[in-house]
Design a protein around this ligand. Structure first.
Ligand SMILES: C[S@@+](CC[C@H](N)C(=O)[O-])C[C@H]1O[C@@H](n2cnc3c(N)ncnc32)[C@H](O)[C@@H]1O
Length: 245
């Protein structure tokens, strides 16, 4: 956590960091969004069953029967992020640390920071996925506490579709990424004939989950290099590299 605090903007660094739960809490009583899906992520029950049951089932529903399973998704994330020993990696909306743990294994002497807004998710992360080079922070993806260019790789899987104003989160990820750094996103993707606005009025209205238009995330990465999109069922993986200065 000391190393993670060094990456904070000076005015965001707490004078006396409160770490007794095993993560640094920057939100206190505040909540980062209140739609139905986010409330589930803050519940007691879902984080407990998330890694083993919820995530594999949700992933399968999103990616279809022939799409990548959980293990393959982890391989995809690692391939897109190309983490080397010593790298600093940010896992945005890390949930119970299910991907952060893999990143920490790859980063070796480096540092991984997992940020999430849910206390219960982070409680499980601290319990189930602790690593010496992995720090957890409770914060809002739309307002990251880190200095510009702090990380060599930034990942955000299965979360942009839950976040109100997801493009603010994308801007923040771009900001904290170092020149030449790698970005990996996985989110929803509209397929078929129904216009995205109509899909959202039903899906988002009922669940809070946003359906992204096919090119929406790619377009948001204007200025990035090597932007690649892979679509699988109703999901998309997008990888990109921040232009070197
Ligand atoms: C479905 S989980 C994804 C966990 C993990 N990244 C994965 O791929 O399995 C989505 C996470 O996003 C978090 N989240 C939602 N809105 C957020 C926000 N504004 N800032 C930070 N985390 C947020 C939720 O608390 C939840 O843990």
């Amino acid at each position: 956590m000391e190393q993670a605090l060094e990456l904070f903007e000076s005015h965001r660094r707490p004078a006396e960091p409160e770490l007794h739960r095993g993560y640094l809490d920057l939100l206190g009583a505040a909540k980062a969004g209140g739609n139905a899906a986010q409330r589930l992520m803050r519940s007691r029950a879902v984080p407990l069953i998330y890694q083993r049951f919820w995530r594999p089932v949700a992933g399968r529903l999103l990616m279809g029967l022939t799409g990548p399973g959980t293990e393959e998704e982890h391989r995809i994330a690692l391939a897109m992020l190309a983490i080397s020993p010593g790298d600093r990696v940010l896992d945005v909306a890390c949930g119970p640390g299910n991907f952060s743990r893999d990143f920490a294994l790859e980063a070796g002497t480096g540092l991984v920071v997992g940020v999430d807004s849910s206390e219960t998710m982070l409680g499980v992360a601290v319990r189930d996925n602790p690593m010496g080079n992995l720090a957890y922070v409770r914060g809002d993806a739309r307002n990251l506490p880190f200095r510009d260019g702090s990380f060599d790789a930034v990942c955000c899987f299965a979360a942009l579709y839950l976040i109100e104003e997801p493009m603010l989160a994308v801007e923040e990820m771009a900001r904290v990424l170092a020149p030449g750094g790698r970005l990996a996103l996985m989110s929803s993707c509209n397929r078929g004939p129904v216009p995205t606005s109509m899909a959202n009025s039903v899906v988002r209205g009922l669940s809070g989950v946003r359906v992204f238009g096919r090119d929406e995330l790619v377009r948001a990465l204007d200025g990035f290099e090597a932007v690649e999109q892979r679509i699988s069922g109703l999901a998309q993986f997008v990888s990109a590299r921040k232009a070197a200065e």
